[in-house]
Design a protein around this ligand. Structure first.
Ligand code: ADP
Length: 207
């Protein structure tokens, strides 16, 4: 069994706050791995360290059994990240936004296909500032997929979506899994975790 990610004794403290307090876990290749826990539990800190967006204090992270730094260029090409809040350029259209992000990678998916995949065909020429919250959320998921990543991080991907849009995102996540992607998910919806996850991991007070 190959692990997409293996983490040993990860720690991140902010002064007195032990945001992440010595956690260890492994994510199997091709699984949907869910991280659950109350607000302030340390989910975002953990994920952002793995994504290379924050620095860890201590611990070891091994990607694909051999790389140990998110700064590694290979890792950057192989992961896709959807954040809870993404800052896009208001005056770019959906198409232009995805085209811009696709230009950052050696490999990228066809932008028109990606727009269809996340059901934004009608909004292809709409500017980011004209999108609803749910549409912006779907654009953020598309940006996470633009480089056809092996590991996809989805931080509360369906928060604020209506039930129909949520279903569409669930189908998309299962399709990604069907295509062999490894998915790391955080969610506050128990039925979502139950429906999608291969394994569920609970974090509280950074442990
Ligand atoms: P979650 O994503 O589970 O809601 P976070 O990882 O955002 O939790 O936060 C974990 C803890 O670390 C919280 O107590 C939070 O206040 C604290 N924290 C997170 N980021 C910072 C930061 N940049 N500076 C200080 N404290 C932080």
């Amino acid at each position: 069994m190959q692990y997409a990610i293996k983490i040993e004794n990860l720690k991140k403290y902010y002064g007195e706050t032990k945001a992440v307090d010595g956690i260890s876990f492994s994510v199997k290749e091709g699984e949907i791995f869910s991280l659950l826990g109350p607000n302030g539990a340390g989910k975002t800190t953990t994920l952002e360290i793995i994504e290379g967006l924050r620095k860890k204090d201590e611990g070891e992270i091994i990607y694909f059994g051999k790389y140990n730094s998110p700064e590694n260029f290979y890792i950057k090409e192989k992961i896709g990240v959807q954040l809870q809040n993404s800052a896009f350029l208001d005056n770019l259209t959906v198409y232009e936004t995805l085209k811009m992000f696709s230009g950052l990678y050696k490999n990228s998916l066809d932008v028109n296909e990606l727009i269809s995949k996340i059901f934004l065909d009608e909004k292809k020429k709409a500017r980011v500032k004209e999108l609803s919250g749910g549409q912006k959320q779907r654009l953020a998921i598309a940006v996470a997929l633009v480089n056809d990543p092996a590991i996809v991080f989805l931080d509360e991907p369906t928060t604020g979506l209506d039930p129909q849009a949520r279903r569409m995102i669930w189908d998309l996540i299962l399709e990604l899994k069907g295509n062999g992607k490894t998915i790391i998910l955080t969610t506050h919806y128990m039925e979502e975790a139950e429906y999608l996850s291969d394994s569920i991991h609970i974090i509280d007070h950074g442990r």
